[in-house]
Design a protein around this ligand. Structure first.
Ligand SMILES: [Zn+2]
Length: 271
């Protein structure tokens, strides 16, 4: 992936140097505007990345936004705000692990809340699921949606309960699909030019997995989440079982919410 890219006039992308299995090529930091800049998802607090963002901006940074407070998206905000005096917009971290408590927004982003400047308008769309405080940002002129970890390019994201919620995730995907955006600009990977196809693929993939979970539950009643993993994830390496167990729990909790599963003392069965 190109580390620096101008995606269209007034929208630029710079990739943070934090590539890994979970972050793909690294976190995408987006810059909006030419005269006064808004930075979306400053990424982890890495000095070289912060300096690269300031240099690439080439104009005063006035606003900093974060889609959510996972450690690969928002920790860069606090130092960047100190240096530039920018206003921070977003939602603070909920309780729990893997959250960035240093993210302290000056302005809370309500669903539908807008950052309106002379050059562009960004509108917040609350999309809980991957994270309860996740917002996507709609750039109104281009009709592009900046999706953070709600939709990423070429793979699926982790839904880790309790902050991650599969039922909300699928509802938020359907909501985003209804926006009929012209492109999705994800937190990891390249621009997605066919939003409907990408979202349908994710929803289909999740519902297929849910059907496998429901079938495994019917065939193997009264197992714990841990015990159910090999019955559902027959295709994966044992090293990934811990991660798979979090995802399985997310599916089970959705089935429970839908009235299709019951849990008693940690043991699951079909409702
Ligand atoms: Zn995330």
């Amino acid at each position: 992936m190109e580390p620096f890219a101008e995606l269209r006039p007034g929208i630029r992308r710079i990739v943070a140097p934090n590539s890994s299995m979970m972050t793909g090529p690294g976190t995408n930091t987006y810059l909006f505007g030419d005269k006064e800049i808004a930075v979306l998802d400053p990424g982890p607090d890495i000095k070289s990345h912060r300096e690269a963002v300031i240099e690439f901006a080439a104009a005063p940074i006035r606003w900093i936004l974060a889609t959510h407070t996972h450690p690969d998206h928002s920790p860069g905000a606090s130092m960047l705000a100190q240096i530039t005096g920018a206003v921070v917009l977003g939602r603070p971290a909920p309780d729990g692990r893997h959250q960035d408590d240093t993210f302290q927004p000056d302005t809370f982003l309500n669903d539908g809340g807008k950052l309106e400047t002379d050059e562009f308008v960004l509108k917040a769309v609350h999309t809980p699921g991957h994270a309860s405080n996740h917002v996507c940002l709609l750039h109104e002129d281009s009709n592009w949606l900046f999706t953070g970890d709600h939709v990423i390019d070429g793979s699926t994201v982790v839904i880790n309960p309790p902050d991650g919620n599969m039922k909300q995730y699928i509802e938020s995907l359907r909501r985003v699909r209804r926006l009929e955006c012209d492109a999705l600009a994800p937190g990891h990977g390249e621009l997605i030019r066919n939003p409907e196809r990408a979202i349908d693929w994710i929803i289909d993939h999740r519902l297929e997995r849910e059907a496998k979970v429901a079938a495994a539950l019917a065939a193997n009643p009264c197992l714990t989440t841990h015990e159910l993993v090999p019955h559902v994830y027959k295709d994966i390496d044992k090293k990934l079982y811990n991660l798979a167990e979090r995802s399985l729990l997310a599916h089970l909790l959705k089935l429970e919410e839908d009235g299709d599963a019951i849990v008693t003392d940690g043991a699951w069965k079909k409702a």
